[in-house]
Design a binder for this molecule. Structure first.
Ligand code: 1HN
Length: 371
């Protein structure tokens, strides 16, 4: 494929008065001439409306805390500050078809249960005492833990600490669900779920790494993971271990996907998530792929070059990579690893056969940095 804009075989009808009048007539008939839009609606390669973005936690945290004093969580439904891409304001998307926000819960707060078509995931940024009840199972989550709230699963949550706020990042596929006009929403008929008396039930049953639950397959017909929460310590140890065994990925350092223990696949049909580790001083090579990614800096300091521009990050910062944008990561700390949590819509890309990836081979695999 070539990426030139001016070639035979592409729409190139010059405008004239007769045509302009004809276009007006078509418009009145709720119709249009394909050749006036063909090159835009069938680009040579993905042309996301989303820009690469970086939201610094030191800027966002005070704004999120301000909401605590301004709105009651249950009045708001959820007390969430969304991160909105300037190119995707209409869809409330942070990038592509992914939504993200920072949710704050004060000590002792709790919210009522609901469910919706959109799938959600959480990554805890700070605070102890957070819990969520998903499908009737209570999960307790702390900093850097990851949890899922699959499509159609009732969920409610709160903060049972007496003195600290909890801030977690929500990730949802809302823009995708809305693009497909498939959104449903339901408040729990009793406002709260009946809760399984065993906390962290899904972890006790399915969270045992290489020990595959035997004989439970038939009882889990759902397409999402039966394991709802993934503790940070395990992910951290697994990354340290895998780093002893191989040089890792040239574009991602050491990277693990949170997976469904029954299938080995992504945690949900529309969203997947990763944790990756960059060794002290490590610089990866650039690649680009279809699918959008939102990162949360779990630990460390460094920068990511996205589409030729450098974005410096430190713990708690959130940044995004639009589909098909070149990106490469650098850990600037010479003595400590950096950890990047991320989530993406790769399962959608793969299930529709839309997945494409390219590794940069020019310039020793690195982008020219423009600013
Ligand atoms: C939602 O249900 C939650 O349950 C958070 O915490 C953010 C954003 C859009 C739609 C539903 C939650 C959400 C959301």
């Amino acid at each position: 494929m070539t990426y030139s804009d001016d070639v035979l075989g592409r729409a190139r009808v010059a405008s004239d008065t007769a045509l302009d009048e004809y276009y007006q007539v078509l418009k009145k008939a709720d119709a249009g001439a394909l050749w006036t839009v063909a090159n835009d609606i069938e680009p040579w390669y993905p042309q996301p409306k989303s820009a690469p973005m970086l939201w610094k936690y030191r800027d966002m945290r005070p704004l999120v805390e301000e909401a605590l004093g301004l709105v009651n969580a249950d009045d708001a439904g959820r007390r969430v500050i969304m991160l909105v891409n300037p190119g995707r304001v209409d869809a409330s998307a942070a990038v592509g078809n992914l939504y993200t926000g920072l949710q704050i819960m004060g000590p002792g707060e709790s919210m009522t249960a609901h469910r919706h078509m959109a799938a959600a995931l959480r990554f805890v940024v700070e605070g102890k005492g957070a819990w969520t009840v998903v499908d009737g199972q209570k999960l307790t989550v702390g900093p850097r833990d990851f949890a899922i709230t699959p499509s159609g699963a009732f969920h409610e949550h709160g903060n049972e600490s007496s003195d600290t706020n909890v801030i977690w990042q929500d990730g949802l596929d809302i823009p995708l669900v809305n693009a497909l006009d498939a959104g449903f929403y339901e408040v729990h008929p009793n406002l709260y779920q009946d809760v399984d008396p065993v906390p962290n039930h899904s972890y006790l049953k399915y969270g045992v790494g290489q020990l595959r639950p035997y004989g439970f397959e038939d009882s889990w017909p759902k397409r999402y993971s039966p394991l709802f929460a993934y503790p940070w310590e395990q992910v951290h140890d697994a990354l340290q271990n895998v780093a002893k065994t191989s040089p890792g990925s040239e574009c991602d350092g050491y990277i693990l996907e949170y997976s469904n223990p029954i299938t080995g696949g992504s945690v949900m049909p529309t969203l997947s998530a990763h944790m990756q580790m960059l060794l002290p001083g490590q610089a990866t090579k650039a690649h680009r792929h279809t699918g959008s990614v939102i990162y949360n800096v779990a630990q460390g300091a460094g920068y990511t070059v996205i589409a030729g521009k450098r974005y410096d990050w430190t713990q708690g910062d959130i940044f995004c990579v639009p589909s098909w944008a070149w990106h490469e990561h650098v850990n600037i700390d010479p003595s400590q690893e950096a950890f990047l949590f991320s989530f993406n819509d790769f399962p959608v890309m793969r299930s529709l056969d839309f997945w494409r990836e390219e590794i940069m081979r020019d310039n020793d695999g690195h982008q020219e940095i423009s600013e």
